[in-house]
Write a protein that binds this ligand. Structure first.
Ligand code: BG6
Length: 486
């Protein structure tokens, strides 16, 4: 890997939630592991007229709250000495001159991390452009929600591409930095066993579940306008799906990977008002209990419009119309306030054409490969083998070949640590391309419109359950069932 160069790492919205929860703790960890160049500066941009000491106190407090370990004072001193601060309202482009004065050398890489709502991206780009600090060596980092539909996405994109080339833009989907997702590439393309047993000749169906215990965590404004389809499916689950289904890339370069992922998104069968009811189930949580604690229903959460039809749960059947996947349904499911937080991919292999052991074992058995994203990142393969011993001729038992990616107590890298490091290295493979996002909006828009046209309403489900019963019917009608989490 290329050696990291010194850079100016600018955080727009340094006092915001994303910065406190993810960016600052990740930078600290990269500091601890000596992954930041000694001459790198971090510039925190905030709107109110704070003094340096207020910023420092805020950073310290966020680390105390969000670091997975105690602050090491020696590392803290090195870390905080990198920081400079700039009070700047991004809506006043003239102010960006202040930032320019702080950024020193001409050809130094500058990373502009927009940790603010997407409504500010355009102002940030204008400001950087006006102050001429959108240099060839600059990078811009943006994060969802990147638009609310194809049109608004195109608008944001156009604005960004007015000031930056595609090779300078890093669109974050933090799922792409998760250990299991990175492992998926390694797993699929470095093992001949999986490479050759992947596709409709051998796989029956695929399930992707991202189940959350949390509700909307105070993000009422954002979530009520967004809903689970756009919050989770349009980005995270589609990313997982495309990595599971993509063909082998020529190499691990950004363009090779992107090219193969886009092909999958383009091959997704359309879901619109014609077939929406047979393909999708929506749900909304009501009052219930999670881990023994009472939690309010979606509509009871402060200030919410009592008539809101926003979905907090979705399950759907997706088909990929290409030669490798035709006939293999992908079932996607994601919801808030469900019984347990877990995310997994389950690959079901086809039944054998003949059961040679039926005299001893009547049950039909399907080999299953479970790839766990969280918790216990790892892989489980379910196979049958003969029960040992003389009295068992051919009685079979189910065995799980199971391994975790991490060893006991090993530090679990956060997705943001990896992604920030990649940005510093200038590697875009784990970021979403402009084209891929455009394709994903093209696929999602008819779903959202279909829900509107057919006046599809979410079905209520109790917090702490697995979502509405109808989600089970969706898959049962195809003769399958959701993998039971244990
Ligand atoms: C975010 C969504 O992108 O991902 C949240 O906006 C969701 O609503 C979160 O809770 C889930 O991420 P993770 O890493 O906790 O699975």
């Amino acid at each position: 890997m290329e050696k990291i160069k010194p850079c100016d790492f600018i955080i727009f919205g340094v006092k915001g939630d994303l910065s406190k929860r993810k960016i600052l703790p990740s930078l600290y960890y990269l500091e601890k592991t000596n992954n930041i160049h000694n001459n790198t500066c971090v510039i925190g941009v905030g709107r109110s007229k704070w003094h340096k000491i207020d910023y420092i106190n805020m950073i310290r407090k966020s680390l105390v709250t969000f670091l997975k370990e105690k602050i090491n004072e020696k590392i803290w001193l090195k870390f905080i000495s990198r920081f400079k601060f700039c009070n700047l309202d991004v809506y006043y482009s003239d102010n960006f001159i202040k930032l320019k004065k702080i950024l020193d050398q001409k050809n130094r890489v500058s990373i502009n991390y927009c940790a603010m709502p997407s409504s500010t991206f355009s102002a940030i780009c204008d400001g950087l452009g006006k102050a001429k600090i959108n240099k060839k060596t600059s990078r811009i980092v943006i994060e969802k929600p990147l638009g609310t539909n194809l049109e608004s996405y195109n608008y944001i994109n156009k604005k960004i591409l007015k000031y930056f080339n595609e090779s300078q833009v890093y669109r974050i989907d933090h799922y792409l930095g998760k250990e299991t997702i990175l492992n998926l590439l390694a797993f699929r393309f470095s093992n001949s066993f999986f490479l050759n047993n992947w596709g409709n000749h051998i796989i029956d169906s695929v399930q992707i579940t991202v189940s959350e215990e949390v509700g909307i965590e105070g993000r009422i404004e954002y979530f009520d306008k967004t809903g689970q389809i756009k919050d989770m499916i349009q980005n995270h689950l589609l990313q997982i799906l495309s990595i599971i289904a993509m063909e082998s890339p020529k190499n691990l370069n950004t363009n090779s990977i992107r090219e193969k992922k886009i092909k999958i998104v383009r091959s997704l069968r359309k879901i619109d008002y014609n077939n929406i009811n047979e393909k999708i189930v929506l749900g909304q949580y009501t009052f219930g209990k999670i881990n023994g604690i009472n939690v309010p229903g979606y509509l009871d959460e402060i200030n919410l419009d009592k008539n809101s039809n926003t979905e907090t749960f979705v399950s759907l059947r997706v088909d990929i119309d290409n030669l490798n996947w035709a006939g293999v349904p992908f079932y996607l499911r994601s919801g808030k306030r469900l019984k347990k937080k877990f995310s997994e991919i389950v690959i079901y292999f086809k039944n054998l054409p003949i059961n040679l052991f039926k005299e001893f074992n009547k049950k039909n058995f399907q080999n299953k490969l479970i790839i766990r994203l969280q918790p216990n990142e790892g892989v489980e393969m379910q196979i049958l083998n003969k029960l040992p011993g003389l009295k068992n001729k051919y009685e079979l038992q189910l065995t799980k070949l199971d391994f975790n990616f991490y060893r006991n107590n090993e530090y679990k890298t956060d997705a943001y640590e990896l992604l920030i490091l990649e940005i510093m290295h200038g590697i875009q493979s784990h970021f979403v391309s402009c084209e891929e996002l455009e394709e994903s909006w093209k696929w999602i828009d008819p779903i959202i419109n279909g829900c509107k046209i057919t006046k599809k309403k979410p079905i209520l489900y109790k917090s702490g359950s697995w979502g509405p019963e109808e989600s089970n019917f969706l898959i049962k009608k195809d003769g399958r069932e959701w993998n039971k989490y244990n």
